[in-house]
Design a protein around this ligand. Structure first.
Ligand code: SAM
Length: 230
């Protein structure tokens, strides 16, 4: 008998816990709840619980589950937070963030919200559809645009998570972070990047902490890479 998606998800999450990518109860619960099979292309569904990035079209990828879990841990998310994600892609990471800041078993009054910006309109459309099917449409707002400029309409944010690699920390994102807020962002060139945790102290000064080497697709935009540079 084939193993159900639910069982595959449980086994993957157990592995991520053993390997130290999942460290908290809230990330554990969210990773167990969000059905990754609804965010990968139909023909790749059998690979949904492999711990690997997968192509989603337009030269882009859905991040590997261990990276989604680790970025959520580094971001130190909590119930009720307002989060900006730059790089919606499939919508999967946004759904995991939403499940932490607005858990399915929590009254709506306590829910936070995720604003997620994607530069490729076709991916944004597909992500909206994925999020709707998975039950996250009312907790995640997908916006088409250049996320290197942030999303000033709903700023400031408690947390910002960037899922594409920038040459430097985009200034508008620092501006749109609340004092006391945190941003997780990969910085570097095509082959060599480091995941940073950027903290905005209550006095507005910035503390930047490098974590691990990573490999993301480029963040393309006014405060990121220009298409011809990459
Ligand atoms: N978080 C995604 C998921 O769970 O599927 C994975 C994102 S993928 C690694 C990075 C995404 O960032 C791509 O969809 C890409 O089009 C998008 N991107 C790149 N530059 C961007 C920008 N300036 N603004 C918004 N999105 C951007």
């Amino acid at each position: 008998m084939p193993i159900s998606f639910e069982e595959q998800r449980r086994r993957l999450v157990e592995r991520l816990l053993r390997e130290g990518y999942i460290r908290s109860e809230k990330v554990l619960k969210a990773m167990l709840r969000v059905p990754r099979e609804l965010f990968v292309p139909e023909e790749l569904r059998h690979l949904a619980y492999e711990d690997t990035p997968l192509p989603i079209g337009h030269g882009q990828t859905i991040s590997a589950p261990h990276m989604v879990a680790l970025m959520c841990e580094y971001a130190d998310l909590d119930i009720g937070m307002k989060v900006l994600e730059v790089g919606t892609g499939s919508g999967y990471h946004a759904a995991v963030i939403a499940e932490i800041v607005a858990p399915s078993d929590m009254p709506r009054e306590k829910w936070g919200h995720v604003y997620s910006v994607e530069r490729i309109p076709e991916l944004a459309e597909k992500a909206k559809e994925n999020l709707r099917r998975a039950g996250y449409a009312d907790r995640v707002t997908v916006i088409v645009g250049d996320g290197t400029k942030g999303y000033p309409e709903k700023a400031p944010y408690d947390r910002i998570i960037v899922t594409a690699a920038a040459p430097d920390i985009p200034e508008p994102l620092v501006e749109q972070l609340k004092p006391g807020g945190k941003m997780v962002i990969p910085i570097g060139d095509r082959y060599s990047q480091v995941l940073y945790i950027v903290e905005k102290r209550p006095d507005g000064s910035i503390k930047v902490k490098p974590t691990i080497p990573v490999l993301f697709v480029p963040l393309i935009g006014e405060h990121g890479w220009r298409p011809h540079e990459y």
